[in-house]
Design a protein around this ligand. Sequence first.
Ligand SMILES: [Zn+2]
Length: 68
Amino acid sequence: MMDRERCCACGRPLTADEVAVTKKLVNRGAREFLCVPCLAARFEVTEACITERIAHFKAMGCMLFQKD
Ligand SMILES: [Zn+2]
C-alpha cells in the first residue's frame, strides 16, 4: 500500500492510473509522479493522448494498472 502520491509539478493528488502511467511513460522506477495535464505538458501532447495511453495499457492488462 502506498500513500497518496502528489503531482511533482502542480501538487495535485494523483490517481493510481496517473502514478502507473508516469511509470510507463517516464521510468518504471520513477519517484516523482505527474498528473495527466502535467504529463501532457511534459511530453507536449494532448491530455486525451495521455488518457488514451492509460486505456491502452489497461487493455493490454499491464500489471501496473491492476487495482488492489
Ligand atoms: Zn500536475
